[in-house]
Every structure is written in structure tokens, then in C-alpha cells.
Design a protein around this ligand. Structure first.
Ligand SMILES: [Zn+2]
Length: 270
């Protein structure tokens, strides 16, 4: 699943190919994504692309007609392709660009989204309740302590809850808790102020490192240029069941938490 760093990488690679171009037309071949693509998306025809920005795992494509909001879901992929490129079975929409190329959206599992608004995209229903960005100053130890105190769920599930902090997907939650030495199964309300401090610091590190290295190489993620991400090479606990802990040598254990694979060292994580 594309996580926050992969979305960041996608934006970085698409920016020079989209900003300053205009969109001559949109062809929606299959509107049945996670939310149906609204028919108002046709208002984008003739618009020029002003910027690409990220909020959580949503991509804002701001134009002079309004903002298109893209979510990659589980398997979504955006790329700019030449006009002669054959349309594949899972290529659900195309935006035709003024330079003749096509912005194409491919999504095998169709959990992604394409929304449209003339107002503030942060007011759209799926974005309204999002918590702070992990790399922003708003995500700090005092904030996290307050946010966790109100919840009765495992700390790992809390970190993956977009209303608490956005963009901490399964891989990054596993890696952050390992680095912070915190057992992922602990109840969120039991996390101390000192531990919140550690968690905030490692989450910022893990996310920044993943962005720098181009995202993780999990399943279907490739950058728009067809390069796999590289963070997988640095994973210390994710997917390492039975292998020795990099800190103490104890075999890594796995459990399911909130239906997601969870990996931890029973000795280092308390
Ligand atoms: Zn260990």
C-alpha cells in the first residue's frame, strides 16, 4: 500500500510534468473507485495546473478551475505517459495534457479516489477529521499525550488512526515502535509523557528517512518513473518474524492487531 513517503515521492516526480500544463480533457473509463468519481470532475477541462501538494495521503492538484484530489488507495498509481501508450485493463481515468502526454491512473483493486471541489479540499468529507501531519510542529509530545489519553486501543492502532496523526501506515508504525522500545500491544492510555516524546521523535525520523530514500518497496508500489522505493532495505522489524532482533538477537515475534501484521522484539519492546 502506498504510504505517506510514497505519495510524497509521487508528487515530487509528477510536479515538473504537470505544473504549468493545462488539462484539455478528462476521460473517465470507470468511475467506480472507493468513492464514485463525481461528474463535476469534467469541470477540470481547460484548467491549468497550479500546484501539487500532499495532505495525509491525498494529492491536491490545484488548478484555476478547482482542486482535484487523488488518493491511491491500496494499489493506485499515477504516471505521465505518451499518447500512444496502450490503455490497460486497470487504467481507470486519463487527463489529457496540453503537451500531448496523458496523466493516467491505474488501480487494480480500485480502493483509490478522485474527488473534485471548487472550495477548500480540507472540507471534503474524507479529509475533514484528519489529525496533524507527522512532520509538522503540531505533532509534538504534548499533543500526542493528550490524543492518546482519550483512546482505549493498542498504541500501534492509535498511531495508525488518521484522526490522531496522518500518514503513519503499518510499516512505519511497526518500525517506530521498535525504535522507541515500546510494545505495540500496550494500551494507548498507558504511554507515558517520556514515551510520547520518544515516539514523536522516532516517527519523524522514520518518515523523513523513508521520504529521502524514496518510499518502501512493498507489493505494488513503484514511483511514477517505474522505480521501486528503497526503504524496505532498512526495515528492522517489519516482515522479520523469527529472525534475530538487530539490537539483541531475540527472534522477532508477530501478532495481528486491528487485522494488521504486527512485528516486535519481546525483549527490547516493553
Ligand atoms: Zn531485541
Amino acid at each position: 500500500m502506498p504510504e505517506l513517503p510514497e505519495v510524497e515521492v509521487t508528487i515530487k516526480e509528477l510536479k515538473p510534468k504537470l505544473v504549468g500544463r493545462s488539462i484539455t480533457r478528462i476521460d473517465v473509463r470507470n468511475p467506480r473507485l472507493r468513492f464514485p468519481i463525481p461528474s463535476e470532475i469534467q469541470e477540470i477541462a481547460g484548467a491549468s495546473v497550479e500546484s501539487l501538494e500532499r495532505r495525509a495521503k491525498y494529492i491536491y492538484m490545484r488548478t484555476d478551475h478547482g482542486t482535484a484530489v487523488v488518493h491511491l488507495g491500496m494499489t493506485g498509481h499515477l504516471s505521465v505517459v505518451p499518447p500512444e501508450k496502450e490503455i490497460g485493463k486497470h487504467d481507470h481515468w486519463d487527463m489529457l495534457l496540453s503537451d500531448g502526454n496523458i496523466l493516467r491512473y491505474n488501480d487494480v483493486r480500485r480502493f483509490g479516489a478522485l474527488l473534485w471541489t471548487k472550495g477548500d479540499p480540507a472540507e471534503l468529507a474524507p479529509l475533514r477529521d484528519l489529525g496533524p501531519e507527522p512532520l509538522s510542529d503540531a505533532f509534538n509530545p504534548e499533543y500526542l499525550e493528550k490524543a492518546l489519553a482519550k483512546r482505549v486501543l493498542a498504541i500501534k492502532c492509535a498511531l495508525m488512526d488518521n484522526r490522531i496523526v496522518v500518514g503513519v501506515g503499518n510499516i512505519y508504525a511497526n518500525e517506530s515502535l521498535f525504535r522507541a522500545g515500546i510494545d505495540p500491544r500496550r494500551e494507548s492510555g498507558s504511554i507515558t509523557a517520556e514515551e510520547c516524546g520518544r515516539l514523536v521523535a522516532v516517527i519523524k525520523d522514520v518518515i523523513s528517512e523513508a521520504i529521502e530514500s524514496g518510499g518502501s518497496t512493498i507489493k505494488d508500489f513503484y514511483t511514477p518513473d517505474g522505480e521501486p522505493g528503497y526503504f524496505a532495505q532498512k526495515l528492522e522489524v517489519y516482515g522479520r518474524t523469527g529472525e534475530p532482533c538487530v539490537k539483541c538477537g531475540t527472534p522477532i515475534e508477530a501478532v495481528r492487531l486491528g487485522q494488521r501484521s504486527t512485528f516486535f522484539c519481546p525483549k527490547c519492546q516493553k
